[in-house]
Design a protein around this ligand. Sequence first.
Ligand code: NDP
Ligand code: A1CAB
Length: 276
Amino acid sequence: MASHLPPLLLIGCGQMGGALFRAWEQNSLAPSVVIDRHKDSIAAPHSLVRSIDEIPKKFAPDAIILAVKPGKAAETIITLVKKRPDLLANAPVIISVMAGCTTTSLTSAFANAITGVTPAVVRAMPNTPSAVGRGMTGLFADTDVGAEKKELSDLLFSAAGTTVWVDEEDQINALTAISGSGPAYVFLLAELLEKAAIEQGLPQQAARLLARKTLTGAGELLDQMPEDAAQLRRNVTSPGGTTAAAIEILNAPENWPASVSEAVAAAVRRARELAA
Ligand SMILES: NC(=O)C1=CN([C@@H]2O[C@H](COP(=O)(O)OP(=O)(O)OC[C@H]3O[C@@H](n4cnc5c(N)ncnc54)[C@H](OP(=O)(O)O)[C@@H]3O)[C@@H](O)[C@H]2O)C=CC1
Ligand SMILES: O=C(O)[C@@H]1CCC=N1
C-alpha cells in the first residue's frame, strides 16, 4: 500500500505522542522513527530508538514531532540539532504539540543551537482521542510558514481526527483549555457519574457501564445530529420530569456554568504561564 503519511521523527511517545502515533500507523505512515525510553517495541516498518544518538543515519523525515513535556523542550531541541543537524537538511516541518511552548521560544531554541537555520515551526494542540481517530487538534503557524508545510501538518492531524487552524498564537492557549484538556473534564464526569450511581445503590460494574455508555452515546449524538447541544439536552428533559430536577441543580448559575467557566479560565492562565 502506498504511504498516505510521510516519514516522521517522533520525539516523545508518551500519552500524547503515543496516541498520535497509534493513529498515524493505522494510516499507512511511511517508515518512521520513534524515540521512546519506555516502549518495548514498535511495529514494522517503523523503528524504535532510545535516544537521539540512535536515530539511523541517512533518515530524512518530512516532519519532526516534538511531544515531550514543555520543560524538556529546550534541552531536546539543543541535543537534536547539535547531534543530528543533518535531520534539518531537508527542511522538515517542526511540529510541537507541547502546551505553552511558543513559536518564538521554539524557533530561538533551534537558532541558539545552530545559527542561520530558522526552521518552519507549527504548533499543534491535539487531544488523546486521537488514539482512536477522534482527536480534535488546533493548529497555528506564523505567516512565514509555507502552505506546503501547513498542508502536511493538517494531513497528519486529520489522520487522527478533526483539525482547526487559528490565526493568533494566543488562541492556542484557549484551545488547549477546551479541547486539549477537555477529555479530562469528560473523564471526570464519567468518574463522578459512576460514583453517584453506586451511591444510589447500583452495583459497581453496572454503574461503570451506565456512566461510560451514557457519555459515549451522548457524544455520538453530538457528533451525528445536526441539533445544537441545548436542543439535544431539551430532548431529554421532560417538563416536570427527572432530568429537569437534575438540570435545575447542575445548571444553576453558581454550579456548572460558573465551574466550567472558572475551570477553563484556570487552564488558559496556566497555558499562558507556561508560555511566559
Ligand atoms: N496528555 C495530553 O492529553 C496532551 C499533552 N500535550 C502535550 O504533549 C506533551 C507530552 O505530554 P504527555 O504525552 O502527556 O507526557 P508523557 O510524559 O506521557 O510523554 C512524554 C514522553 O517524552 C519522553 N521524553 C522526554 N524527553 C525525551 C527525549 N529527549 N527524547 C525522547 N523522549 C523523551 C518522556 O520520557 P521520560 O518519562 O523518560 O522522560 C515521556 O515518555 C506535553 O508537552 C503536553 O503539553 C498536548 C495535548 C494533550
Ligand atoms: O495538561 C496539560 O498541560 C496538557 C496540555 C493539554 C492536555 N494536557
